[in-house]
Design a protein around this ligand. Structure first.
Ligand code: PGA
Length: 247
């Protein structure tokens, strides 16, 4: 069976003191986790968390990466820079980036390409808004978002992780039902299978108000290979319970 991945997304939260306490609590409870575990930390804290997590099962992730290799792009950081801090994964196309920073499907695809070229696994986020779901457009929206990434990265698409995050479920406490999530994951898997003979090994994460109470049911769906966890990843006990549910 595929090893699941539980990735925490701290978003713009934390401080040197809070991160230290959180990571130490996680490491204390992690043991030899049977799944992969990562935390996507704010860029200024990559070095801090790298120092705490090196030599442990906790893997480091970034929340974003530039679509450019280097140069005059104030406020951005490159995949090569992330690599220097031992970063294994980076989110690309999180709905908050798409919404607040106008990231298009093409930009997201280019970011995934930069990450792959630097040996970093992009966690490509896709998901529909509430209006799109109510209009019956869920499938066409996620297929369009993923198609852009496949178009640019087709030859190495089996190296990516895909996270289905319905926008209406992010930070709202309103989770997709396991059936709703599985339905979309099935669509994504089929789309990947048409692009790659290795689609069965691509991890598809669910994200959107995943918590200690609902994780097990979501994670037992056949095409849910892990979780991308926001709010609940800031509390060690909750995040550890989600990790336990993935084993
Ligand atoms: P949430 O966030 O778990 O707080 O809903 C998930 C995410 O945005 O990745």
């Amino acid at each position: 069976m595929m090893k699941k991945l539980i990735a925490g997304n701290w978003k713009m939260n934390g401080s040197l003191a809070a991160n230290d306490a959180l990571v130490r609590a996680l490491l204390g409870g992690l043991g030899t986790a049977a799944c992969d575990v990562a935390v996507a930390v704010p860029a200024p804290y990559l070095a801090q968390v790298q120092a705490l997590a090196t030599g442990t099962p906790l893997q480091l992730a970034a929340q974003d990466v530039s679509q450019h290799e280097s140069g005059a792009y104030t406020g951005e950081w490159s995949a090569a820079m992330l690599r220097e801090f031992g970063v294994r994964y980076t989110l690309v196309g999180h709905s908050e980036r798409r919404q607040y920073h106008g990231e298009s499907d093409a930009v997201v695809a280019a970011k995934a390409q930069r990450a792959l070229a630097a040996g970093i696994t992009p966690i490509v986020c896709v998901g529909e808004t509430l209006a799109q779901r109510e209009a019956g457009d869920t499938e066409s929206v996620v297929r369009r978002q993923l198609a852009a990434v496949i178009h640019v990265n087709g030859h190495c698409i089996s190296e990516v992780v895909v996270a289905y995050e319905p926008v209406w479920a992010i930070g709202t406490g309103r989770t997709a039902t396991p059936e709703q999530a599985q339905q979309v994951h099935d669509v994504l898997r089929a789309q990947l299978a048409a692009a790659s003979p290795h689609a069965a090994k691509i991890r598809l994460l669910y994200g959107g108000s995943m918590n200690a109470g609902n994780a097990a049911q979501l994670l037992e769906q056949p095409d849910i290979d892990g979780g991308l966890v926001g709010g609940a990843s800031l509390k060690a006990a909750d995040f550890l319970q989600i990790i336990a549910a993935a084993q």
